[in-house]
Design a protein around this ligand. Structure first.
Ligand code: NAX
Length: 327
């Protein structure tokens, strides 16, 4: 076995937290050789519930679980953290404008960014799950100037997995036969799942489906899947979101398969016309513990329009948080 990895989970008492923690403790995040120290951050009112989950984790007697700390102190929660899973966020209340939502989340992700900057381990990696994930990640990253910007990422892996599953069902193939799918832009209804570079059995996926299906069914189904889950389940995606968070970190640490890629919200270097510094979803490979944007893909007009629209939304969110002094 290797030395333990310290993993901080914020919003630990929430529904994603409950679906996530047992899988982390059983070794699914990094691999079965890596012990885990868990640090759970909650707001004061939810600390007791998080302690209840910690009791259950203890009761699983997971061999890899070295310790569990529960706290409402942000600095303590990120002390020595190698991996930060930022799940807790302020949901949009009825009648709340986007600016209010971003401001409320600034109150969460600014101090968390500062705590990561000052207290986390040298190799810290951060995944923001809490919505609006891309811009929350940007806020945290902006307040951690001593941490390389590339260590802050936002989750679009659930969108990626959803797209993969929808396409597999349409074509009647296994999900593992689908390679090089990509989600571009914001984790929101404007996101763009791209089939023009996706390969299925050596063919381009966009050529295997009708254009109408892609435009009128596939893209909206993937983009609105979160709302469909709420409608059906009476609660938002939790286990699938936890699963995607694990996939995101597992891939980040262990790498993508040769010739394949995945999707993640990462800091733009200006590639594909996405303004530098925005945290936008791209096709990415992972190698040596780093996510890298896949270069040199041809972007046709259909894709260009949709990528631009989603990126424009990210620009507006960034401008709003800049106006609030949060980025
Ligand atoms: P819940 O409301 O069940 O749990 C959120 C938890 O966060 C609560 O226990 C709350 O007390 C805690 N919290 C709030 N502020 C906190 C703070 N400052 N520090 C620590 N903890 C804090 O939500 P859940 O269903 O678990 O979803 C969590 C977040 O994930 C939401 O923002 C949700 O929108 C987002 N999602 C993101 C997805 C993605 O693909 N990026 C998909 C799933 C999910 O919708």
């Amino acid at each position: 076995t290797r030395s333990p990895v310290t993993v901080t989970v914020t919003g630990a008492a929430g529904q994603i937290g409950y679906a996530l923690l047992f899988r982390l403790a059983s070794g699914q995040l990094i691999g079965p050789d890596t012990p885990i120290k868990l640090k759970l951050l909650e707001i004061p009112q939810a600390v007791k519930a998080a302690e209840g989950t910690a009791m259950e984790l203890t009761d699983c007697a997971f061999p890899l679980l070295h310790s569990i700390d529960v706290t409402d102190d942000t600095r303590e929660a990120f002390d020595g953290t190698n991996i930060g899973l930022l799940v807790g966020a302020r949901p949009r209340a009825k009648g709340m404008e986007r600016g209010d939502l971003l401001e409320a989340n600034g109150g969460i992700f600014k101090p968390q960014g500062e705590a990561i900057n000052d207290h986390a381990a040298e190799d810290v990696r951060v995944l923001v799950v809490g919505n609006p994930a891309n811009t929350n990640a940007l806020i945290a990253q902006s307040h951690a100037p001593d941490v390389p910007a590339e260590r802050f990422t936002a989750m679009t892996r659930l969108d990626h997995n959803r797209a993969q599953a929808q396409l597999a069902a349409k074509l009647g193939v296994g999900v593992d036969e689908i390679r090089r799918l990509a989600i571009w832009g914001n984790h929101s209804a404007t996101q763009y799942p791209d089939l023009f570079h996706t390969e299925v059995g050596g063919k381009v996926a966009a050529d295997l489906v009708e254009r109408d299906w892609m435009r009128d069914e596939f893209i909206p189904t993937v983009a609105k899947r979160g709302a469909a889950i709420i409608d059906a389940r009476g609660a938002s995606s939790a286990a699938s979101a936890a699963n995607a968070a694990i996939d995101h970190v597992h891939t980040w640490v262990n790498g993508t398969a040769e010739g394949d890629w995945t999707s993640a919200g990462v800091v733009s270097d200006g590639s594909y016309g996405v303004p530098e510094g925005l945290i936008s979803s791209f096709p990415v490979t992972a190698r040596n513990g780093r996510y890298e944007i896949v270069r040199g893909l041809d972007i046709d007009e259909f894709s260009r329009e949709r990528i631009d629209a989603s990126v424009q939304e990210l620009v507006e969110e960034r401008d709003t948080v800049r106006g609030l002094g949060l980025a």
